[in-house]
Design a protein around this ligand. Structure first.
Ligand code: NCD
Length: 308
């Protein structure tokens, strides 16, 4: 696959070879980060500007994109609350915003609550646009850093069993994880509260590689990777509807007793009643390491997209 000059909108764009070249670059970026911390800053993206257009809340993803750009010597223009303080308030279309911002910045990272919205903005942008999450559809860079975390841990992805637990219906992260994992020989074990099952289209694509189980215990018994998502509150019609699901399945020390010794627990974060704090001290917890890996992966992606 080609990276230079491309919009990164969906995991569909990736192939195995593209993933491996990105991971190799991310590995080098871990060294660049270490050097920067010692005062030797990279100039790979000096002179380049990234605009972050976030129409939906974020802590990690926006900071991670911005840190990635800064670590490579680039600069950042940021509007964290596009819904409230951008020209969308004056009814500017996403297409026009895309055209305008692309006259100013060299690359755009964008998050928006509606599925497909990032693609709409990208259509008129003259510079690459990277999807930082569009509704419950996709979150490709999170999935990239998740697979990078798995690859670093096991040295391979083929042959692993991926357990997924949580709001499989609405988690754009788990949808995107599948979008990348389908290039590998993996098995899936899925467990979710009733009503929050994996969308039928994804289940169909998983085919015989997927097993749906009824309890978290049945999932952890065979999982090498335990991929957790929180119940995605903002995708529910009401607080009442959300409350029906939250706290039903919790990954806690008791559950971890039944998991493989070599398993890892991943969560894009934030967590909300889905992983007990006691699991943080379990050597299998990887959710904070994922955050650091995310900066390296986004550095690699920015470098490759900007063609430096
Ligand atoms: C995820 C998201 O925004 O989809 N968070 C993140 O980017 N790290 C997961 C979530 O919000 O549950």
């Amino acid at each position: 696959m080609k990276f230079k000059g491309e919009h990164i909108l969906s995991t569909q764009q990736f192939d195995k070879e593209g993933l491996m070249s990105l991971f190799a670059e991310a590995k080098k970026m871990e060294k660049v980060i270490a050097e920067a911390k010692n005062g030797k800053e990279s100039k790979v993206l000096a002179g380049k500007i990234m605009a972050t257009l976030f129409y939906e809340p974020s802590t990690r993803t926006r900071f991670s994109f911005e840190a990635a750009m800064i670590r490579l010597g680039g600069r950042v223009l940021s509007n964290a609350d596009m819904m409230q303080t951008s020209s969308i308030k004056k009814l500017e279309t996403l297409e026009d915003t895309g055209k305008v911002v692309s006259q100013i910045a060299d690359v755009i990272a964008m998050r928006h609550p509606e599925q497909g919205s990032v693609a709409v903005l990208a259509e008129r942008s003259d510079v690459p646009v990277i999807n930082a999450g569009d509704g419950s559809n996709e979150h490709p860079t999170q999935a990239l850093l998740d697979l990078y975390t798995i690859w670093k841990e096991f040295g391979r992805i083929d042959g692993l069993t991926i357990g997924m637990i949580g709001d499989l219906k609405n988690s754009r992260v788990q949808h995107s994880q599948f979008g990348l994992l389908k290039h590998f020989k993996v098995k899936f074990v899925l467990v979710s509260p009733r009503g929050l099952e994996m969308p039928a289209a994804i289940l169909k694509e998983m085919g015989s590689a997927a097993k749906v189980v009824l309890t978290p215990e049945d999932m952890v018994a065979s999982a090498d990777v335990i991929s957790v998502s929180r119940i995605q509150k903002e995708r529910f019609v009401s607080e009442r509807e959300y409350k029906k699901f939250v706290g039903q399945f919790v990954v806690d020390a008791e559950l971890m007793k039944k998991a493989k010794k070599t398993a890892i627990v991943m969560q894009p974060l934030p967590r909300v009643d889905d992983i007990a704090v006691e699991v943080d001290s379990d050597p299998r917890a990887r959710y904070f390491d994922q955050v650091g890996n995310g900066v390296a992966v986004r550095m690699a992606l920015l470098k490759m997209v900007l063609g430096e």
